[in-house]
Ligand binder design. Structure first.
Ligand SMILES: [Zn+2]
Length: 176
């Protein structure tokens, strides 16, 4: 399984020792949480829902999970992120999720991005971009809009291939 790696910039020479020019290391934490979001997406897949999954992490613990349930609940708002946000707010008994992070397999849509802003969540990590409806940089950029009162730090590309493959497999199966 591909892992997300980040290149650390070259460090200055300290105390006479020469650090390696480039250090590659795996950011296990993000990969670990995105795997949990992928497990949620897999649940959606098995329930014949568009396979998107999300988890909310607070103080290094998963406090909420969600997977797409639009068909099951006959509710166009039952996206993985919405369900995970509501569940996280219930868990923390608060309306705001300052200091929490959301991991989701696919770039959030405009509804979910709006809800993320309202939740005041700190970080967003997502797997694959969604060029058709993504509202976190692809079609729109709601989470970093200068006129809104809250902005969210976002990072994409974590387990990107796994996230998009699941989605592609779902639509391939649907087409029969
Ligand atoms: Zn959405």
């Amino acid at each position: 399984m591909a892992q997300w790696i980040e290149r650390r910039p070259t460090e200055p020479k300290v105390g006479g020792s020469t650090p390696p020019r480039r250090t590659f290391y795996v950011l296990d934490k993000h990969v670990k949480y995105m795997r949990e979001a992928l497990k949620e997406a897999q649940k959606a897949f098995e329930e014949d829902e568009v396979p998107v999954g999300a988890v909310v992490v607070y103080e290094d613990k998963i406090i909420a999970r969600g997977h797409n349930q639009v068909e099951r609940l006959s509710d166009p708002t039952a996206h993985a992120e919405m369900l995970a946000l509501t569940s996280a707010a219930n868990f923390l008994r608060t309306k705001w999720l300052n200091g929490a992070s959301l991991y989701v397999t696919i770039e959030p849509c405009s509804m979910c991005a709006g809800a993320l802003v309202l939740s005041r969540i700190k970080n967003l990590y997502f797997g694959a971009k969604d060029p058709k409806t993504g509202a976190c940089g692809s079609v729109l950029n709601i989470i970093n809009h200068k006129k809104l009162n809250h902005r969210i730090k976002a990072k994409s590309g974590i387990l990107e291939k796994e996230s998009s493959l699941l989605l592609k497999e779902f639509f391939r199966k649907k087409r029969g």
